[in-house]
Design a protein around this ligand. Sequence first.
Ligand code: USQ
Length: 474
Amino acid sequence: MEFKGHVDFRACGQAAFRRAAEGQLVVECRRRPEIGYFDPLSITFESCSEWKKTDCGYMLDGMKVLILGMDGYLGWPLALKLAKLGCRVYGIDNMLRRRLVAERGAQSVTEIRTMQERVAAAKEHLGVDIEFREMDLLDREALFAYIREIRPESIVQFAEIPSAPYSMADVDKAVNTIQNNVVGTLGLLFGVRDHAPEASIIKLGTMGEYGSPLTGRPLFEGLFPGDAVLQYQGQEWSLGGELTPRDPVSFYHVSKVQGTFSVYEACKYWWLRSYDVMQGVIYGNWSDELQAHPDLNTRFDIDEWWGTVVNRFVAQAAIGMPLTIYGSGNQTRGYITLRDAMQCITRLIAAPPDPGQYDVVNQVTDVFSVMQIAQMVATIGKEFGLDVEVQRIENPRVESEEHPYEVIHEKLQDRFGFASESGFADEVRHLFRVMLQPENRDRILAQRAALFPRTRWSGEHGEMKVLERWKPAA
Ligand code: USQ
């Protein structure tokens, strides 16, 4: 999508509107108050020096973006991408993820540098400046002071514990997840209200907030469409614009649902603006910026708590471990590559919502069952000389194994111009090349014990039973 013509002042966040004496609406630019009030229709994207055309549409030049959770799998590639696009990028992280992965006896397969080294590498290899401060989102005093200091134009909330199994492992981990995610997001909203109310908030939610309704009801983008109707006892009511039902599948997903409600309410009470991103399962580790140098690597986890299924399967195949399909393998989810996810988030940052607007996007490109993923990974593995075996094991989770899955994912393409740049096969081929590098393969082998699941939703811990093993035909 390309904006044509006049500047989208609502996306700008820099415009202060006023009614002139004759009743005409005029606007003042917060970035350039010296030009005074002007007619909003008198400025086009092409003529406004504050807007710049990028690969992701028109964007505020030097837009100030604060990334919460910059050290993570998503936070770091996003920082690099935005910095390369000319944004002023700021970030915080409390480095918790590194500690929690170590707690499971695991580590990132790709070797990652400290944040200080990464920031220096970004300068050296990409020529960009990124500002990082080690800070806990729960330290509200420090957070609010930082927001006051930089007055971000966009804030990306990635500073959440992202693992369903971790949140189900024991009471401390469940509480840690809820505390970090729910309280962290709530505090942030007050900070934005008081210190940067015009900033747009990009909140990372998850497709798992919806669950997988057995009725086959479509998973709309957060809110019911205008023509949705409830029929009950011979009467009809409109559901248009209401939040769709949530049916989370772990305490982690519960924390995301709570985040959704907190953000929704804050937009309503305080006129904040936010996109809530219902994120599908992300896989891969390719982006243009990450490829520039190994010192820029993002983390890549594959253990039972922190790895997502595609990443785990490729790593398992690389060391000759049978792929761990939980239960029937017919569980179906929406998936997206890291590269595509970064493009989506960037487009949302570039074109923020109206003040007071809460909107939701479903961020997925493909829908697969676990069985299909295992089959595809095994087939691609053969190109690398691997004779991949798969195993069905007892499902450690409480989740539907047979269910319809009808995801609506239209807004990112239709309204924000998203076009996928990477597909499953190419991304998995790239992953195999990375996982099979001797030093990476060694790091997978070193954490082999953490690859097989031991965390049941029931709270019991121990090996799952293997139900079946076979080698898929190509
Ligand atoms: N699964 C297997 N074998 C494995 C690992 C997973 O069969 O070795 C199955 C799971 O049972 C599940 C599906 O694969 O049905 C996806 O599991 P996952 O671990 O890849 O993803 P999930 O726990 O759903 O969570 C991940 C991210 C989370 C994000 C979510 C998006 O960790 O942060 O919110 O994907 S979604 O799944 O759409 O909710």
